[in-house]
Design a protein. Structure first.
Ligand SMILES: Nc1ncnc2c1ncn2[C@@H]1O[C@H](COP(=O)(O)OP(=O)(O)OP(=O)(O)O)[C@@H](O)[C@H]1O
Ligand SMILES: [Mg+2]
Length: 337
């Protein structure tokens, strides 16, 4: 079943809290995300912003602490452990940054690809045939019997992609797949993702630190502090040469791609104002808002006095009172905000 409006991935108000030695880390803090079927999406964000956590949640490797995750109409939180294992094995494919995490070192490329099929219960000659087809698909027909150590970094990642596709998943998740590759080899890996997306209709999410990721995908989402902060979309506009006076453009010059960064407004009306803007304009923790004809003006609050911080003080008191118990009521309060 396909989820509503062609949305293949829906994350609604997602929280993930890790607890280490009594200290809680909120890796995801009310993240909303929608990915359409057949989309190729890039995910960027500073280290520690929650990208890998999001991939793990989408891949059924981690259960969120609160919120909803619906993939292809399936609510992951409602799946039993057995159903979740089947989801991980068959419906989603992973590619990680480190080759060692993707591939078993003592198995040949073909055997690495056959392994997930065997684990999912498929056996026989069909597996061998499919493994060869997948090696051909990633342009490695000449490397069937090579072990990972006998492959270059780019080749290893292409085998890793073939492994991830072994059980014909509908969703491919890649966590910094080009993190250890030079830029020419990274481009080859991105080209492969684009081809798989176009030819197989695969929905793909690629986490990257590479600022050029936007050149390779249709949309880039930026995560900040465990929330979706902004989205960069590819748009078309009249080419510069068309606008240059006296220049007669060739027909192909008429339109060109450009990128626009849009700030995400979540379902509760929250948005993140980029730090650079806040610093430049002297925004602190209170702002004034004014509705204009077709826009909203936000400016630093003037004449701040003590009363404006009363709510904050009260919330801090409540959090402190909560320290002995669980974080649940804090979460509830955050979600009501
Ligand atoms: N298993 C875990 N136990 C405790 N804390 C964790 C765990 N996994 C992640 N975290 C914490 O959650 C936050 C988000 O981590 P995550 O790995 O998702 O970030 P990231 O955006 O992938 O960073 P990077 O770009 O460095 O890979 C970090 O503060 C991290 O320390
Ligand atoms: Mg990470």
């Amino acid at each position: 079943m396909t989820a509503n409006n062609g949305a293949f991935v829906i994350c609604d108000d997602l929280y993930k809290i890790f607890k280490v030695a009594e200290i809680e880390v909120m890796a995801l803090q009310g993240l909303d995300l929608t990915v359409k079927k057949g989309e190729l999406v890039g995910v960027v964000g500073a280290s520690g912003s929650g990208k890998t956590t999001l991939m793990n949640v989408l891949g059924g490797l981690a259960r969120p602490s609160a919120g909803q995750v619906i993939i292809d109409g399936k609510n992951l939180l409602k799946l039993s452990t057995r159903e979740l294992t089947a989801y991980r094995q068959i419906e989603v494919g992973f590619v990680w940054q480190q080759g060692s995490r993707n591939l078993i070192p003592y198995l040949s490329a073909l055997d690495n690809i056959k392994l997930p099929m065997t684990l999912a219960g498929a056996a026989g000659r069909h597996n061998d045939q499919r493994a060869r087809e997948l090696m051909d698909l990633v342009d490695l027909s000449h490397r069937y019997d090579h072990r990972p150590i006998q492959l270059s970094g780019g080749e290893q990642q292409r085998v890793a992609i073939a492994v991830a596709l072994a059980n014909e998943p509908k969703l491919l998740l890649a966590d910094e797949p080009t993190g250890e590759l030079d830029s020419a080899t990274s481009d080859q890996v991105y080209d492969l993702f684009k081809r798989l997306n176009r030819d197989l209709g695969l929905t793909i999410c690629i986490v990257s630190h590479d600022p050029d990721i936007k050149e390779h995908v249709s949309r880039v989402i930026a995560i900040r502090d465990g929330k979706l902060a902004s989205e960069t979309v590819r748009r078309q506009r009249k080419s510069v040469s068309l606008r240059a006076p006296g220049h007669e453009p060739a027909p192909d010059d008429l339109w060109e791609d450009h990128f626009e960064e849009l700030i995400v407004l979540d379902s509760a009306g929250r948005l993140q104002i980029p730090k650079q803007f806040r610093e430049e304009l002297g925004f602190e923790n209170r702002v004034e808002m004014e509705v204009a004809e077709d826009s909203i003006l936000i400016r630093p609050a003037r004449n701040l006095d003590d009363t404006s911080s009363q709510g904050e003080i009260q919330l801090e008191r409540e959090i402190r009172a909560d320290d002995n118990g669980t974080r649940a009521s804090l979460l509830n309060r955050l979600r009501r905000k």
